[in-house]
Design a protein around this ligand. Structure first.
Ligand code: SFD
Ligand code: AMP
Length: 619
């Protein structure tokens, strides 16, 4: 252990993860906390980290309030509809009312925004989306964070949160290790904002073997955003609401710009519009939700999945019409060159020119996220002016652990934030965290050396395991006494895939499958005590895996709890195939007891604040 030097840093605001939400939090913390010490810790390098590392071609959440395009209420209705009724409207409204100011700052900071030549406004891709030349999106927001923080630590993975030993259920900071030096880092902090992104690769991906590593959401999004709070007993919500995405096949290229701006459309192998074929069947399952506009994302997936299961595939995106227009052809290619270059490369390698060949689409493996058309994540307090008592406990975006805040993918219940809304939520969390400190709520925090030393031993254990166990390797990487991170990851992915509603079963699961999945996950957890790491990079892989595994347990527990199929097209409970508003028009909230590792779950009311308030005003 002595070979891993220990570094201590004391600060006021600690931001874990410097992606969209983390850079927003770091920036805003400085605005409100001029004299505070603000530290951001990132496992990669914030210039190119997180989901936006490669760039984006659209900002998917912009109201356009200054031009009367949309109001926050409209966005709440949109997200509520898309999530089949299940969102935290207080959080969504709060994000929506501030998101335009965030986008205007991006514009000022030099992000190239496309403009509508006739109106001079930002160029709309769709009702909520505006188009950007966004290859440099991430370095631009990183610069704002760098200018705001006292220090940015790159290449440090945070593995555990520290708890105050003086006052129960209060945060004390976080620990992690530097993946280049092998140093151990202790950050004692008055407040912690977790902004560590979503989770890909907990379900087995479609791209395996020669395609391994290809994915839609970033392969380095490993669920720390969920595992860190779950481990200290913070409550989580809607973790069953994993998302499946319609994507271009093999490269996982997003479809939004195609559907919305290029006005391309889908058809089955016979050139038919298959969506309407499944209308009656879907109505049987979900009732009038299928008549909502726009059609909820999960229900669009449902028609796709039904059609391919019935033998109507492959499903194609009709690009050959739009691509005859040279401008749209350019947009179609640039969309991928600025965001998902792998899709352009896959098309080149498969001799697909979308001007002449309609490319295939697919439905992806599930991802766990809080910022797209899905809202898994932490159960947080909302803002004081909007939230009903059950949704409010003092500080906006504070989790159920005092002094612990969240933003972006970390936060559950607030869907359709995307990049701009995640940055905005980081700003909201930071403002509240500063207030928490200014209100003297973080006085007298005690974190003993013992707490830190115990974590230090746990963090570097996989290196010790490997050092000893490598002597027992019988061939290649096979050893009776340790498992490697990739072996553990593939085992996890198979469990999630086959038992919890992945692609192997066409997203189908049931209580018996989930029960078995939980048993297998418990044994995996036991075996992960024996994960071995041959170097510091593998040590990161080991901890990413542990965070993915804990996230997966929570997802499985939630999926077991909700006895209905609320989002057909994301997953199916075969034993409860119908949407059941009588019993399940509610949010699910879980807590894992840190001492026993047992989860408990409860139903919490979903309040439809927006139209309720309007109804009250009218009466
Ligand atoms: O269309 C640790 N997203 C899109 N958003 C848009 O606004 N427009 C688009 O066009 C979007 N598209 C899209 C998007 C994402 C991807 C991958 C593609 C296409 C291909 C979604 C947004 O990117 C997303 O909503 C936000 O980025 C979410 O923000 P945030 O901050 O919650 O997550 P992050 O940006 O990934 O950052 C997380 C950071 O945490 C770090 N990290 N650091 C320290 N210790 C640990 N243990 C850590 N674990 C993680 C990460 O390295 C990262 O920097 S479209 O397809 O939807
Ligand atoms: P995507 O590229 O699929 O991640 O989607 C980007 C944005 O476009 C998100 O706001 C989606 O909800 C929206 N979107 C994608 N496809 C459609 C569609 N067929 N109809 C309406 N909105 C869509």
């Amino acid at each position: 252990m002595a070979k891993h030097k220990t570094n201590y840093e004391d600060c006021d605001v600690l931001v874990v993860g410097g992606g969209m939400a983390g850079t927003g939090a770091t920036f805003e913390a400085r605005h409100w906390g001029r004299d505070l010490k603000i530290i951001c810790v990132e496992k990669a390098n914030i210039d190119r980290s997180g989901a936006v590392a490669q760039g984006l071609y659209a900002i998917n959440c912009y109201m356009g309030m200054q031009w009367g395009e949309n109001q926050p209420e409209d966005h709440v209705r949109y997200a509520r509809n898309d999530l089949m009724g299940m969102v935290r409207e207080d959080l969504g409204y709060d994000m929506a009312r501030h998101v335009d100011s965030t986008v205007h700052m991006f514009d000022e900071w030099g992000l190239p925004m496309m403009k509508n030549e006739e109106t001079g406004r930002y160029l709309r891709e769709g009702k909520w989306q505006i188009m950007i030349h966004g290859e440099s999106y991430k370095p631009i927001v990183a610069e704002a964070a760098k200018k705001s923080a006292d220090k940015i630590y790159n290449r440090i993975m945070i593995t555990h949160l520290l708890m105050d030993e003086e006052k129960e259920n209060r945060i004390g900071g976080a620990v992690g290790f530097n993946m280049r030096t092998g140093d151990f880092h202790v950050f004692r902090a008055k407040t912690v904002i977790v902004a560590a992104g979503g989770a890909s690769h907990i379900f087995k991906p479609r791209a395996v073997g020669e395609g391994m590593g290809r994915t839609w959401y970033a392969p380095w999004s490993n669920g720390s955003a969920y595992a860190l709070p779950i481990a200290v007993g913070a409550k989580m919500t809607q973790m069953e609401n994993r998302i499946v995405l319609c994507r271009f096949k093999d490269g996982y290229g997003p479809v939004g710009a195609y559907f919305l701006h290029l006005k391309t459309y889908t058809q089955n192998a016979n050139g038919e519009n298959y969506e309407k074929k499944w209308y009656d069947q879907t109505k049987e399952l979900v009732g009038e939700y299928i008549d909502h506009h726009p059609t909820p994302t999960c229900l669009r997936n449902h028609a796709f999945i039904q059609e391919t299961t019935a033998g109507g595939g492959p499903i194609h995106m009709v690009t050959t019409e739009a691509f005859q227009d040279p401008h749209l052809e350019t947009v179609g290619w640039e969309n991928f060159l600025g965001m998902t270059v792998g899709q352009a490369v896959v098309w080149a390698s498969q001799n697909i020119d979308p001007k002449y060949t309609n490319p295939e689409l697919t439905t992806s493996e599930p991802y766990v996220m809080g910022s797209h058309a899905t809202c898994s994540g932490a159960w947080v307090s909302g803002p004081e002016d909007l939230s009903p008592p059950e949704y409010f406990w003092g500080y906006n975006r504070m989790l159920t652990v005092d002094g612990l805040f969240g933003a972006g993918d970390t936060v559950g219940g607030s869907a359709h934030k995307f990049s701009s809304g995640s940055f905005t939520e980081g700003r909201l969390a930071a403002k509240a965290a500063v207030k928490y400190i200014q209100d003297q709520k973080a006085e007298g925090i005690k974190v003993t050396d013992k707490q830190c030393d115990d974590f230090k031993e746990a963090i570097f254990k996989p290196l010790e395991v490997y050092t000893v166990a490598q002597n027992e390797i019988t061939g290649g990487t096979v050893s009776p006494s340790y498992i490697s991170p990739i072996q553990g990851l593939q085992r996890l992915q198979r469990i999630m895939d086959e038992y919890v509603g992945g692609i192997a079963t066409n997203y189908m699961t049931n209580a018996n499958m989930l029960k078995r999945g939980l048993e297998l996950l418990a044994w995996l957890e036991e075996d992960l005590e024996k994960v071995g790491a041959e170097d510091l990079h593998q040590l990161m892989r080991a901890w990413e895996l542990k965070h993915r595994a804990l996230t997966s347990q929570c997802v499985t527990e939630h999926t077991m709890f909700r006895e209905e199929t609320r989002w057909p097209g994301y997953y199916y409970r075969g034993d409860h195939m119908k949407l059941d508003d009588d019993n399940w028009h509610c949010l699910t909230v879980s807590r894992r007891d840190p001492k026993t590792g047992k989860f408990s779950l409860e139903k919490v009311p979903v309040y439809h604040i927006v139209d309720e308030n309007e109804k009250k005003k009218a009466s």
